[in-house]
Design a protein around this ligand. Structure first.
Ligand code: CMP
Length: 138
């Protein structure tokens, strides 16, 4: 089991001024930040990141949204990081997210759902490598 996961605070949350509150909730839940950057993706970069969803009907909407404004990308560390982080953020659709989860508190819809969290240890590594060089992680 890996102890790292990858997250993005998405453009809906950064534009509404939720970045600080979301990071505070993440850190209070016991995660430590091993890499972090504030960055705006191009449409091409957003498409590459979400390449696995390319054939889905919502792909175009997802790429437009994820390239619409700045995001915060981060690698987080905690025991059982992938599963614990997915519990902290709640269901993909905020309407189904448990009370107190980040998506319940800060997300508006399934498309604009405030945060991303890796769904496996393997994807956490792939996604972290997408954003960060060895010099940028600790
Ligand atoms: P995320 O966890 O970042 O991974 C893929 C993203 O696709 C997901 O969060 C949602 O933001 C988005 N997504 C998933 N299903 C839908 C949908 N039905 N309509 C729009 N966006 C979706």
């Amino acid at each position: 089991m890996s102890n790292r996961t990858f997250t993005m605070i998405k453009p809906d949350a950064t534009s509404k001024g939720y970045t600080g509150a979301i990071l505070d909730q993440i850190i209070k839940a016991g995660f430590s930040v091993k890499a972090m950057k504030w960055i705006k993706l191009s449409e091409e970069q957003a498409g590459l990141f979400y390449d696995i969803h390319r054939e889905r009907p919502f792909f175009g909407e997802l790429v437009d949204f994820m390239s619409s404004g700045p995001i915060v990308a981060a690698i987080l560390e905690k025991e059982n990081a992938v599963a614990d982080f997915r519990e902290l953020i709640g269901a993909t659709n905020p309407a189904n997210a448990a009370e107190g989860t980040i998506r319940k508190r800060f997300a508006a819809s399934i498309g604009e759902n405030a945060v991303h969290g890796s769904d496996s240890d393997e994807n956490a590594v792939i996604e972290g490598d997408f954003f960060f060089s060895k010099l940028e992680r600790f």
